[in-house]
Design a protein around this ligand. Structure first.
Ligand code: ADP
Ligand code: MG
Length: 377
């Protein structure tokens, strides 16, 4: 990718650029925990956005998207927002850096990526983090701390792209480290690295390519359930609740709210248990906990769908070590921890059986836990 970008940059701008990259991410476990003050457990992956950049001595930014084969040009004032959606990510990052009192001057850039769009791997966070990191290095002597870089990406989504996201994706993209997952405490924003180097296993996503559009805003409904139970238990968020506390108030909550809270409380513990298992190198336990999360998301939190349950069942039947829905639910990918010797069999079975039942093949995406935002020498 670097050679391609160098060539395209030379054709357009005839100067020597610097290269930066940042990655997409997976979340191994810890789903629907962020708004409950709990833990998430993401890692950066070997799929990334890379940009060739050079300052151009003007007050304009000139951008070429090598993948879309489109260019855009914009100034750095608020009124200069470009109309191309993809360019708004870069404009937003520039604006958010400036809003925080740091410097951005005109630059030329060509960028490309191999993070599949909209597959739940957060290509948008990779794009934001790549440029946030680059602007920090090029114009600000790296004075902006890494957490602020992640927040610059998050604010870009909020203020320029209409996506009201949490901090996990940008955090993972900025802080990602090879062979490490990061446990992020969504309440305190403290984080810790844990080793993830599953020798003899592969991590593979199976993208169902289905997305069920739901009319009754199930996401908000889940949040409301959690808030109601927290209020009943007298805690700020379910992060502070235990199963004993929930059971003591069982008569005071609806059956549905009980199931939702049961999932959230269980999931908080599962993240901690996965971390313990990883410190022992016990990937079998990690896998078992992934299945438990899938069960919880499907039967307690009820955010799965037929297609994802089907893929989970296939994984189980194929003796895959761990498998679960990744992301908010109602479609998208499963994430699977698969022994090397079972990999070919599992992929084949998942593709054919899914195709037989739903009329299209799921997309297989292998991932390796890798570095996040960086300058590429
Ligand atoms: P995701 O879940 O992958 O983050 P989003 O819809 O949030 O999906 O972000 C995808 C958007 O990010 C694309 O529509 C595009 O505007 C931008 N984007 C991501 N990757 C690229 C790329 N390689 N080239 C151009 N734009 C990209
Ligand atoms: Mg996104």
């Amino acid at each position: 990718m670097k050679e391609l970008l160098a060539k395209q940059f030379a054709q357009r701008f005839a100067t020597n650029p610097v290269f930066y990259a940042s990655s997409g991410r997976i979340n191994l476990i810890g789903e629907h925990t962020d708004y409950n003050g709990g833990f998430v457990f993401p890692g950066a992956i070997d799929k990334y956005i890379m940009a060739a950049i050079n300052v151009n001595g003007t007050d304009k930014v000139r951008v070429y998207s090598a993948d879309l084969q489109e260019s855009a040009e914009f100034g750095l004032q608020e009124a200069d927002a470009p109309k191309e959606q993809w360019a708004r990510y870069i404009f937003g990052v520039c604006r958010e850096v400036i809003k925080r009192g740091f410097t951005v001057k005109g630059f030329d850039t060509v960028f490309a990526g191999n993070v599949p769009l909209g597959a739940g791997l957060s290509s948008s966070a990779a794009l934001e983090s790549c440029f946030a990191y680059a602007l920090n290095d090029l114009f600000n002597e790296n004075k902006i701390d890494k957490f602020e870089l992640a927040k610059i990406g998050q604010s870009t989504e909020h203020n320029y792209c209409g996506v009201n996201c949490g901090i996990m994706d940008q955090f993972a993209s900025v802080f990602g480290k090879k062979n490490c997952l990061m446990r992020l405490d969504c309440r305190s924003l403290e984080y810790e690295y844990f080793p993830f180097d599953p020798q003899g296993y592969k991590l593979v996503l199976v993208n169902s390519k289905v997305k069920h559009e739901l009319v009754d805003s199930p996401y908000n409904k889940r949040r409301e359930s959690c808030e109601r139970v927290a209020a009943t238990l007298g805690v700020e968020t379910l992060r502070d609740a235990t199963m004993d506390m929930l059971n003591a108030k069982k008569a005071d909550v609806t059956e549905e709210d009980y199931k939702r809270a049961e999932y959230v409380i269980g999931e908080k513990q599962r993240v901690l248990d996965v971390c313990d298992a990883l410190e022992r190198g016990d990937y079998e336990t990690v896998g078992r906990l992934m299945y438990e999360t899938h069960y919880g998301l499907s039967k307690q939190y009820e955010v799965s769908c037929e297609e994802l349950d089907f893929l989970n069942d296939i994984a189980k039947e194929s003796k895959v070590t761990g498998s679960r829905i990744m992301g908010g639910g109602f479609g998208g990918c499963t994430i699977n921890l698969v022994k090397d010797e079972l990999y070919d069999h599992f992929v084949e079975i998942a593709k054919t059986r899914f195709n037989e039942k739903y009329g299209h093949e799921p997309v297989i995406i292998d991932v390796v836990i890798s570095d996040g935002a960086r300058r590429c020498e």
